[in-house]
Write a protein that binds this ligand. Structure first.
Ligand code: TLP
Length: 346
C-alpha cells in the first residue's frame, strides 16, 4: 500500500512536533471556573483579532455555530441560511433540535447569499408567521468549493439586518483562508456579523477547537449553553495551546494550500468527464463535478483510494478534495499522477 495522501478534509491533520511541545508545556487550570490561563489567553486573542468584546473556546465548530443559533433566537423563530450552509445541511438538524429554529433556506449563488434575496425573505412575526431573527453566513463556503464571500455582499446583508433588528452569525470555520487569500483582515469580515465562529482545527492544523465571539452578554449566555451541552472542558489549556501555536505558525502558509488546490483543480479539470469551476477554486477546497458516462463519483473514490489518494464524495455527482497542512506540493503531483494513471487505464 503506498503512503496515503489524505485530502478528505483539512480536519485530518496531525499536530506537528512544535505544536505537541506547546501542548506539553501549556499552563492549565479548570476552565469551567475560568481558571485556565491558556484558554483565557486564546479567548482574549480571538476577541481582539475579531474586534468583538468576548470569546468562548468550544470543542467544535458545530457546537460554536449551534450555541450561536441558540443564543440569538427563541424556538419557532425563523433563521435565514443558504441552502447548502453547513449549519443547515451538515449539523444533523441541530438548529431544529436544540433551538427550535425554523430554518428558511435560500438558493443563494453557489453558497453565497444574495442581499436582495435576504431582504425579500425577511418576514415580520404575525399571528400566523414566524418572524426572522437571524441570518447565517458562511465564509469560506464549504459546499461552494471553498469560495470566498465578497465583503460588499456581506456588508449589504449586515446593513439590511441591522435596519430590521435581525442578528447575523458568521460561520467562519475557514475565515482565515478567506482572509489570507482576499487580503481582508479578520476584523473587517467580523464587522459584518454580531457573532463569529472560527475553527482552529481546520486549515490551521490544531487537533481540536473552535472559538465563538460576540458581545459580553452574548458570550455569557453562550457559556451557559456550552455547559448545558456538556461542552464545559476542564484543563482545556492543552488544546488552547495548540490553537495559539497554530495562530503563530500556520496562518500565512494557508496560501500554499490554496496554490496546491489550484494546481490540483487545473489538472483534474483537464480529465474527460471531470470538471472544476476554476474561478471558484479560491482557497483549499477542490469541488469536482463528475459527469457520466465516464465514472461514478463512488467508483473514482474507491479506485483512487486503492492508489493511496483519499477524498470524499459530495453527493452522487461531485467529489471534494481538500488541501491541508499535511499535504505537500509533491503529494499533489503524486495525486494528479494517480488520477491520470486511472484515466489512462480506460
Ligand atoms: N466541516 C467538515 C464536515 O462536517 C463536512 C469538513 O470536513 O469540512 N462550518 C463549516 C463551514 C465546516 O466546514 C465545518 C466542518 C463546521 C462548521 C463544523 O466544524 P466541526 O467539524 O469542528 O464541528
Amino acid at each position: 500500500m503506498p503512503e496515503l495522501i489524505d485530502l478528505r478534509s483539512d480536519t485530518v491533520t496531525r499536530p506537528s512536533p512544535g505544536m505537541r511541545k506547546a501542548i506539553a508545556e501549556a499552563e492549565v487550570g479548570d476552565d469551567v471556573h475560568g481558571d485556565d490561563p491558556t484558554v483565557n489567553r486564546l479567548e482574549e486573542r480571538m476577541a481582539e483579532l475579531t474586534g468583538k468584546e468576548a470569546a468562548l473556546f468550544v470543542p467544535s465548530g458545530t457546537m460554536g455555530n449551534e450555541i450561536a443559533v441558540r443564543v440569538h433566537i427563541q424556538p419557532g423563530d425563523c433563521v435565514i441560511v443558504d441552502q447548502m450552509a453547513h449549519i443547515y445541511r451538515f449539523e444533523c438538524g441541530s438548529a431544529a433540535i436544540l433551538s427550535g429554529a425554523f430554518m428558511q433556506p435560500l438558493p443563494g449563488d453557489g453558497g453565497i447569499l444574495k442581499a436582495e434575496e435576504v431582504a425579500e425573505a425577511i418576514q415580520e412575526e404575525t399571528l400566523h408567521a414566524p418572524g426572522t431573527r437571524l441570518v447565517c453566513l458562511e465564509n469560506t463556503h464549504n459546499w461552494g468549493g471553498g469560495c470566498i464571500c465578497p465583503l460588499d455582499g456581506m456588508q449589504e446583508i449586515r446593513g439590511i439586518c441591522s435596519e430590521r433588528g435581525i442578528a447575523v452569525h458568521l460561520d467562519g470555520a475557514r475565515l482565515f483562508n478567506a482572509s489570507v487569500e482576499a487580503g481582508i483582515d479578520i476584523r473587517t469580515y467580523s464587522e459584518t456579523a454580531d457573532s463569529v465562529m472560527i475553527c482552529l482545527s481546520k486549515g490551521l492544523g490544531a487537533p481540536v477547537g473552535s472559538v465563538l465571539m460576540g458581545t459580553h452578554s452574548f458570550i455569557r449566555r453562550a457559556r451557559r449553553f456550552r455547559k448545558i451541552l456538556g461542552g464545559g472542558m476542564r484543563q482545556a489549556g492543552i488544546l488552547a495551546a495548540a490553537g495559539l501555536y497554530a495562530m503563530d505558525h500556520n496562518i500565512a502558509r494557508l496560501r500554499e494550500d490554496h496554490e496546491n488546490a489550484r494546481r490540483l483543480a487545473a489538472a483534474l479539470d483537464n480529465l474527460d468527464g471531470l470538471s472544476v469551476n476554476l474561478s471558484r477554486t479560491q482557497t483549499n477546497i477542490v469541488a469536482v463535478d463528475v459527469s457520466p458516462p465516464a465514472h461514478s463519483a463512488a467508483e473514482i473514490q474507491d479506485s483512487l483510494a486503492e492508489r493511496g489518494i483519499l477524498f470524499l464524495p459530495m453527493g452522487r455527482t461531485k467529489l471534494r478534495l481538500v488541501t491541508n497542512l499535511d499535504v505537500s506540493r509533491e503529494d499533489i503531483d503524486v495525486a494528479i499522477a494517480a488520477f491520470q494513471d486511472f484515466w489512462a487505464m480506460e
